[in-house]
Design a protein. Structure first.
Length: 273
């Protein structure tokens, strides 16, 4: 499916769009502020947008790492974002029962990269009828995603997004093969570039992951030039104090100018075709 609509926002292959927010729900007030910022920024630029944050980060490096408020409280906060701000919402799911529970609240379900081959999880997400954003695993080739897609399609759900987030290259390092974007585009679904997780250094700080946020902008520009239909950006008011993925998150102040640049690249590439 080339496009679908969530809360009036058109997500697909015909318009540049943004998925963004803090990695994990830290507290309700912060989530509402960032969601309001994303909404205002994207509306000023005429960009469709989806707010993203996780109620549980089930794959943190350390047992002591902050995971989030949990399913019940987290979904309640995301519901408030949706209802009070009118912002479509995306969140991760990690188990089969979570698919239906989260699907009753959010607009898009996301399959984390580590779980992209989990057949039962993919099918449960597809069966909700909600759009499903599948993050390509760090260990999968782009053409391997055809089998992943089929697991959702067999439920009758064609509302699928594919997200590139880098491939494991040695220990604690990711690289992005920009060829994966046109390769996955040929499968017929919108392709998103996760610019912030692609600069992550998994487990790079021992008990947590590191990151190189200075490379978010150049990689995002390259991905949009390569044909990405949208970008995924994690952002925070103070990334150095974020409870999850701070080293690879953008400061809110960095977001508007980057989105303006990406929008220009998106149109420049397509206007030439």
């Amino acid at each position: 499916m080339a496009k679908f609509e969530v809360l009036g926002q058109q997500i697909g292959k015909s318009r540049f769009f943004v998925i963004g927010g803090p990695c994990v729900i830290e507290n309700e007030a912060l989530v509402l502020r960032i969601a309001a910022f994303l909404k205002a920024t994207c509306e000023d630029l005429g960009i469709p947008y989806v707010f993203k944050s996780s109620y549980d980060k089930a794959n943190r490096t350390s047992l002591q790492s902050y995971r989030g408020p949990g399913l019940k409280e987290g979904l309640s906060i995301l519901a408030r974002v949706r209802e009070e701000l009118g912002v479509p919402v995306l969140t991760d799911i990690h188990s089969v029962p979570e698919a239906a529970q989260a699907g009753n609240i959010v607009d898009i379900l996301q399959i984390p990269a580590f779980l992209a081959r989990q057949t039962d999880l993919l099918r449960a997400a597809g069966e909700t009828g909600k759009p499903v954003n599948i993050k390509k695993s760090q260990f999968l080739a782009p053409w391997d995603m055809t089998q992943v897609i089929e697991k959702v399609r067999q439920t009758g759900n064609e509302k699928i997004l594919l997200t590139e987030r880098g491939s494991q290259y040695g220990y604690n390092n990711l690289v992005v093969d920009m060829r994966s974007i046109p390769i996955m585009t040929d499968f017929g679904y919108p392709v998103v570039f996760d610019a912030t997780h692609s600069v992550q250094l998994p487990g790079g700080e021992g008990s947590s992951s590191g990151g190189q946020r200075e490379y978010v902008a150049p990689l995002a520009c390259a991905a949009v030039a390569a044909g990405a239909h949208g970008v995924f950006l994690e952002m925070h008011e103070d990334p150095d104090k974020a409870l999850c993925d701070g080293p690879n998150s953008l400061r809110l102040s960095q977001v508007p100018s980057l989105l303006e640049k990406l929008l220009k690249i998106y149109h420049a590439v397509r206007d030439d075709q």
